[in-house]
Design a protein. Structure first.
Lengths: 319, 247
C-alpha cells in the first residue's frame, strides 16, 4: 500500500522512552525522552536539532524501530516501526552515528553484500563513483578516515533505494570536500522526493540543509518551524537585534542614552548592542558618532541566528 | 518501489558472508581447525586415552568433532558477535531488510557451514590416522553435533550480547581451554577425579562429547546426554532472548 505523498512519512507524537536500569542510580530507570513530537514529509529535509544528550539518537532509534517505546506513538510510512517486517525496512535507509560497519570488511564487497538484501538495489558502482569511494575501495574499513567511513555509511543507507532516509549526524568528522559531496547529495535526494530526517548539533548544518527544524532539549520538543520562522518567533526575544561596531577603545556609550539595550565593549574597541533596536536608536547612535567625530571602522547588524534560538531554548550553560 | 529480497535469499547471503568472514580471520581459523587437529594428533600418539575404546584415534575423533562445534559456535561466533555489537554492525543490519531474526539465522547458517568444513578436514586427517567410525552411528553423530552447535551458539550469543567484547573474548577463550581440558569433551568425564564428575557430566561440553562417542563408537543414542544438550539449548536460547542487548 502506498501512502499518499502529502502524508507525512514519519510522525512522532508524545514519544516517551525510558532507559536503564542505570547502575549509578541504584538501578533506576531514567526517562530519556519525555514527550518528543516530530513529523517529516517527503521531498524535504527535516532536522532534529539538540545539544549532546538531548535525545536525538534515541528519538531516531525509536523511529527506525531499533528500540521499543514506553509511550506515545510512532508511525513510519504508516506503520509502527518496532517489530515491523522486511517490507517496511526495505523502504527506509539508515545511517547510524557510528556507521555500524564491520571494521575488518572492505567497502565494495560490503556494499554488494548489503545490496543483496534488496530485490532491486541501486547499482553499487554508481554509489561508489558518486560518493568517491573508489579511491579507498580496497582498504579495510578500520583504516578509513572519519569522512571516508561516513561516505561509505551513506552509500550503505542509500543502496536499497529508500523512500525515507535517516542520517544521524551526517556531517560529523567530514572534511570540507566530503561535506560538499554529502550536502549536494542530500539536496539532490530531497529533490528526488525522499523524506530525509537528520540530526545535528551544528546550527550551520541545519541552517544550510533543513527545510524544517525541530529543536529538542532534555527529551522534549521545545520548538519547531522553518529556519526563518524559528529565527523570527514572535515572543519577547523575537525583536532581538545585534549591532556591532569597531572604533577607538574606551568610548562612553552611556552618553548616547540607549538604556533599553545591553551595551558592552566585549574587546577593547569592539562594541556590541543587543536588544529591541529601533531605527531611532540607529539614528541616535550615528548622530552621536557625528557629534563626537567617531568614524567606526566596521558596522554590522544581525537578527537572531538559529544558534541564538537554540541557546535561548536549551539554556546557555554547558552540559 | 523498493522491496526486500526474499527471506531465504537474505538469510543465505548473510550466512555465506559471515562464514567467509570467519574463515578469513586467522585467529578463528587457528581455533576452528589447527588446534583441534593438533589435539587429534596429540591424542593419537600419546597414551592419554589408552584403555578406552578400540583405538586411540577411534576414541579421540568424536571428542575432537565436538571440540570443533565448541570452537566455532561458542568462541568464534561469540567473539565476532561481541565486536559486531560494539561497532554497531548488529544495529545497522537490523535496519536493513535482513532484520534481527535474519541476522541470527544467518549466524546459525555460518556456524553450520564452517562446522561442515571442520568435520570434513578432521575426518580426513583422522582417517589417515586410522579412524574407523561406526558407520551406522554417523547420522546420529551429525544430529548430536547440530544440537551441540545450537547449544553453544545460544551460549555464545548470551555472552556476546551481555558482556563487553573484550570480556567476551576473554571468557569464551578461557572457557574453551577449560572445557577442552577438563570439561569432558575430549577426555570422558569418567577419567576425571571422582569429585568433579557430577559437575562435569551436566556441562554441555561433556554431554556433546558423550553423545558423539556413543554415536560414533557404539552406534547408540545417548539419551541423557542429548537431554542435557537440549536443556542447555533451550535455557541458553531463552536467556539470550531475554538479556541480549543489540547496542
Amino acid at each position: 500500500m502506498t501512502v499518499p505523498n502529502d502524508e507525512p512519512c514519519l510522525t512522532i507524537k508524545g514519544l516517551i522512552k525510558d532507559c536503564g536500569p542505570v547502575a549509578g542510580l541504584d538501578g533506576k530507570m531514567i526517562r530519556v525522552l519525555a514527550g518528543v513530537n516530530f513529523s517529516a514529509r517527503r521531498g524535504s529535509v527535516t532536522a532534529l536539532l539538540g545539544a549532546n544528550g538531548a535525545g536525538k539518537t534515541t528519538t531516531l532509534e525509536c523511529a527506525q524501530g531499533l528500540q521499543p517505546i514506553n509511550g506515545g506513538e510512532v508511525r513510519l510510512l504508516g506503520q509502527e516501526p518496532y517489530g515491523a517486517g522486511a517490507e517496511l525496512r526495505s523502504r527506509v535507509g539508515v545511517m547510524l552515528q557510528d556507521g555500524g560497519l564491520p571494521p575488518s570488511a572492505r567497502p565494495v564487497p560490503l556494499l554488494h553484500h548489503i545490496a543483496s538484501m534488496y530485490a532491486d538495489p541501486r547499482p553499487v558502482d554508481e554509489l561508489v563513483s558518486r560518493l568517491g569511494i573508489g579511491s579507498f575501495a580496497n582498504s579495510n574499513i578500520r583504516r578509513l578516515s572519519g569522512g571516508q567511513k561516513q561516505r561509505l555509511a551513506m552509500a550503505a543507507a542509500l543502496i536499497g533505494r529508500p523512500e525515507v532516509l535517516f542520517l544521524d549526524e551526517p556531517s560529523a568528522g567530514l572534511d570540507p570536500q566530503s561535506r560538499q559531496i554529502v550536502f549536494d547529495l542530500i539536496s539532490e535526494l530531497r529533490d528526488d522526493g525522499l523524506g530525509i530526517i537528520l540530526t545535528t548539533h551544528l546550527m550551520d548544518d541545519a541552517q544550510k540543509l533543513a527545510d524544517y527544524v525541530y529543536i529538542i532539549d532534555a527529551g522534549r520538543t521545545v520548538a519547531q518551524g522553518t529556519v526563518a520562522e524559528l529565527t523570527a518567533q514572535t515572543d519577547e526575544l523575537a525583536d532581538q537585534r545585534l549591532l556591532t561596531f569597531d572604533a577607538a577603545p574606551g568610548l562612553d556609550l552611556a552618553a548616547v542614552g540607549l538604556s533599553h539595550l545591553v551595551v558592552r565593549e566585549s574587546v577593547p574597541g569592539h562594541y556590541t548592542l543587543r536588544g529591541a533596536l529601533t531605527p531611532g536608536d540607529i539614528a541616535g547612535l550615528s548622530a552621536w558618532w557625528a557629534r563626537a567625530g567617531i568614524l567606526p571602522s566596521a558596522i554590522h547588524m544581525a537578527s537572531r541566528s538559529l544558534e541564538d534560538v537554540f541557546l535561548d531554548l536549551s539554556g546557555r550553560e554547558i552540559r | 518501489m523498493s522491496a526486500p529480497a526474499s527471506l531465504p535469499v537474505r538469510i543465505l547471503n548473510q550466512g555465506r558472508y559471515e562464514a567467509v568472514t570467519m574463515l578469513r580471520n586467522g585467529e578463528q581459523l587457528i581455533l576452528a581447525v589447527f588446534l583441534p587437529l593438533m589435539a587429534l594428533v596429540a591424542l593419537s600418539v600419546t597414551p592419554i586415552l589408552d584403555g578406552y575404546g578400540t583405538s586411540r584415534v577411534n576414541m579421540a575423533t568424536p571428542g575432537i568433532l565436538a571440540l570443533c562445534a565448541m570452537s566455532t559456535a561458542f568462541t568464534g561466533q561469540g567473539i565476532a558477535t561481541g565486536f559486531d555489537r560494539r561497532y554497531g554492525v548488529l544495529r545497522f543490519l537490523s535496519t536493513t531488510p535482513l532484520g534481527k531474526a535474519g541476522l541470527i539465522a544467518g549466524k546459525a547458517i555460518a556456524v553450520v557451514a564452517v562446522l561442515a568444513i571442520q568435520v570434513v578436514v578432521v575426518s580426513i586427517v583422522a582417517a589417515f590416522l586410522g579412524w574407523e567410525p561406526s558407520w551406522s552411528g554417523i547420522p546420529l553423530g551429525l544430529i548430536s553435533l547440530l544440537i551441540g552447535a545450537a547449544a553453544f551458539t545460544a551460549l555464545g550469543l548470551l555472552v556476546a550480547g551481555t558482556a563487553r567484547p573484550e570480556a567476551t573474548l576473554a571468557v569464551t577463550n578461557l572457557l574453551w581451554i577449560l572445557l577442552a581440558a577438563v570439561g569432558g569433551i575430549i577426555i570422558p568425564a569418567g577419567n576425571l577425579p571422582d569429585i568433579m564428575q557430577p559437575f562435569v557430566e551436566i556441562l554441555p561440553s561433556a554431554a556433546l562429547g558423550e553423545a558423539m562417542r556413543s554415536a560414533l563408537i557404539d552406534s547408540s543414542f545417548n539419551f541423557p546426554a542429548t537431554l542435557i544438550l537440549l536443556a542447555w539449548t533451550i535455557l541458553g536460547g531463552l536467556a539470550a532472548v531475554r538479556w541480549f542487548k543489540w547496542s
